[in-house]
Design a protein around this ligand. Structure first.
Ligand code: DQA
Length: 144
């Protein structure tokens, strides 16, 4: 069975109460349940994690490379400035694994500082703006 690691960056554990007009009213726990249900429908094995800590995310990415696991990542605000996270993501794609960057909102339709992603250049692809469906669409890609 194809293994997929879904990583979520800072503040995504506050989904539901965090800017619901932007991110919707569903909680982080609901995101996990949606991803697990979609993965099982598609015949994928998924592990969903969240951290507010850049180092922890990087260590989880290293683990995915070692285990030859594809990665779906919502880097949250790290998207816009974390070169360390970008370098870790590059390890995934240069190992021949897929890394899909996802966003709940469409950062390009928001503040200017969100228009830059330092992650996209090393990602296999980017899915943004479809709410929690962005994660489901990424899983569909990995099931091909
Ligand atoms: C986000 C967009 C980022 O700009 C923001 O910092 C987030 C969430 C999204 O999913 O829309 O935390 O990655």
């Amino acid at each position: 069975m194809t293994q997929v690691l879904i990583l979520n960056g800072p503040n995504l554990n506050r989904l539901g109460s965090r800017e619901p007009d932007v991110y919707g009213s569903q909680s982080y726990e609901e995101l996990v349940a949606i991803a697990e249900a979609e993965a099982s429908k598609l015949g994928l094995t998924v592990d969903v994690k969240q951290s507010n800590d850049e180092a922890e995310l990087i260590n989880w990415i290293h683990g995915a490379v070692d285990a030859k696991t594809h990665v779906i990542i919502n880097p949250a605000a790290f998207t816009h400035y974390s070169y360390a996270l970008r370098d870790a993501c590059a390890l995934v794609t240069t190992a021949g694994l897929k890394l899909i960057e996802v966003h709940i909102s469409n950062p390009h339709a928001r503040e200017t500082f969100r228009h830059t992603s330092v992650i996209s250049g090393v990602a296999t692809g980017v899915i943004a703006g479809f709410g929690l469906d962005s994660y489901r669409l990424a899983l569909v890609q990995l099931s091909h």
